[in-house]
Design a protein around this ligand. Structure first.
Ligand code: G6P
Length: 484
């Protein structure tokens, strides 16, 4: 689901590692901030493992069929270089120095763009030296792609860290077809206008032939913004700019449905889910939250809502139990450090005030769990709480729905997650409205089996219709159909 941010240079490491190279040119290049492998160390030793999640599987499969290459950052330069290939696709690592880690990654990407694009839940910070670093690193990615892609090849660029790459690449290689997909929300005009470099970012994106967003609303925010701030003309779905035609569209990402269903039916994983419920004291209702530990996810707000419900008697210690998994993320950033601190305070208050000896009301895990264990948790949970203040899509909601093969389980979902546009069978909430969140949780906890079944089967039908492989294929098909 998520990847860990590591500081690139450990103690003693002084210079960036050289890139993995292969001289053959690729017909299809995926460019993302991170490579599809991540470095792990445990008691058995150190190794590079595939990053978890359906996105990596889907992109790997399209690359395998098309003589593909993946360009990205290894997340570390402390360890041995990442492998030159993975599952039959070539990898090319981009170096990020310690200074760029601070200015490009923690700075411009995650303290300027991330909060700005997520409704400014935290005030975005604007620094000129961060912007300079963003340009420099984007140019490094663009140059690596230009050097690796075959004549007339296709390039698919991912996410907010690389928004200047489309234009830079077009200048270097006008012969290639360029697609860009934004995994996070695109903000409303009033917010985007705050960005001192808004014109440059828009011009960067307009270097692509196809620009994809998670939901139609984000696509139209973008189209309206460019028509206002640049020479582009056209409609929400088709723009004319510098003599070219650019397609804009919504391509909602999904999960690997077949794989999740297979795991959810696995007898060992099912047995593990029974064991989890037993370890929790076999309560009547298990409530679950699974999130990257990020201030956009509304974790504290949700825990406060549940804590108030224990206090007002709508939930009862022993009868109801909550599990919150908070996956460590961007831990070297002060905002994230503070978020963890505050969250842990709220968790301990909740247990202190409502728990009994040997019977906490919330079980909190600050860990990166293996996917099998997550599936067991999804199976053990009667009510899943997904309440971000803003989220591009939120794949946890879709993972939970796909696990509930017996049509049990209820989903409480924020209106501000991209997934809300599809998962209409959820109990919808405005995460800013604490009373509303409590009411939705109450309804979900008390929903009868027939209502739960109807809602779940509606959500499963919708999710099954288009999985992450369809998402990747449909984006690439739309890209192939753009005029050049
Ligand atoms: C979000 C972003 C991704 C990012 C991931 C993990 O899902 O859309 O681009 O890779 O978070 O964040 P990290 O900073 O660890 O790469």
């Amino acid at each position: 689901m998520v990847q860990q941010a590591n500081r690139p240079d450990g103690p003693g490491a002084t210079k960036a590692r050289s890139s993995t190279r292969d001289t053959a040119k690729a017909d299809l290049v995926v460019v993302a901030n991170r490579l599809p492998v991540q470095h792990t160390s445990n008691q058995e030793g150190e190794e590079w493992r595939p990053s978890p999640g359906g996105l990596v599987s889907a992109l790997t499969s399209v690359l395998q069929n098309r003589n593909g290459l993946w360009i990205g950052w290894a997340g570390t330069s402390e360890h041995e270089a990442p492998p030159a290939s993975y599952e039959g696709i070539r990898l090319r690592a981009i170096d990020i120095t310690n200074e760029e880690y601070e200015n490009f990654y923690l700075g411009f990407s995650n303290a300027t763009l991330w909060p700005l694009y997520h409704d400014a839940i935290r005030a975005p910070t604007f620094h000129r030296h961060w912007w300079q670093s963003y340009i420099k690193v984007n140019l490094r990615y663009a140059t690596a792609v230009a050097d690796s892609v075959a004549p007339g090849g296709t390039v698919w660029i991912h996410d907010y860290q690389l928004q200047l790459v489309p234009r830079m690449l077009r200048e270097l290689r006008p012969d290639v077809r360029i697609g860009f997909f934004l995994h996070i929300p695109f903000p409303p005009i009033e917010l985007f206008m705050q960005l001192p470099w808004r014109r440059e970012i828009l011009a960067g994106l307009l270097g692509a032939d196809l620009i994809g967003f998670q939901v139609p609303h984000a696509a139209s925010n973008f189209s309206r913004m460019v028509r206002r701030q640049s020479a582009a003309t056209g409609t929400d779905s088709l723009l004319h700019y510098e003599g070219r035609t650019i397609r804009i569209g919504a391509f909602p990402i999904s999960v690997d449905c077949e794989q999740i269903v297979k795991l959810a039916r696995d007898p060992d994983i099912r047995a593990r889910s029974v064991e989890i419920r037993k370890d929790l004291g076999n309560p009547e209702v298990v409530l679950l939250g699974v999130d990257r530990l990020d201030y956009t996810k509304g974790i504290q707000q949700r825990i406060k809502a549940v804590a108030e419900m224990f206090q007002d008697g709508s939930l009862a210690t022993g009868k109801h139990v909550m599990v919150q998994v908070a996956v460590p993320s961007r831990e070297t950033d002060a905002h994230y450090e503070r978020e963890r601190h505050n969250l842990e305070q709220v968790v301990s208050e909740m247990n202190g005030e409502n728990g009994h000896v040997g019977m906490p009301v919330i079980h909190y895990l600050h860990q990166n769990l293996p996917f099998d264990e997550l599936v067991a948790l999804y199976l053990a949970a009667d009510v899943m709480l997904v309440t971000p203040f803003r989220d591009g899509m939120n794949l946890v909601a879709k993972e939970y729905v796909m696990c509930r093969t017996d049509l049990t389980g209820r989903l409480v979902l924020s209106e501000f997650a991209g997934a809300a546009a599809e998962l209409r069978g959820a109990f919808m909430v405005n995460p800013h409205d604490l009373e509303g969140v409590k009411e939705a949780i109450r309804l979900a906890v008390n929903a009868g089996p027939k209502e739960a079944r109807d809602r779940m089967s509606r959500m499963r039908r919708k999710t099954y219709r288009r999985d992450v492989y369809d998402w990747a294929e449909s984006f690439l098909l739309a890209l192939q159909q753009t005029s050049m």
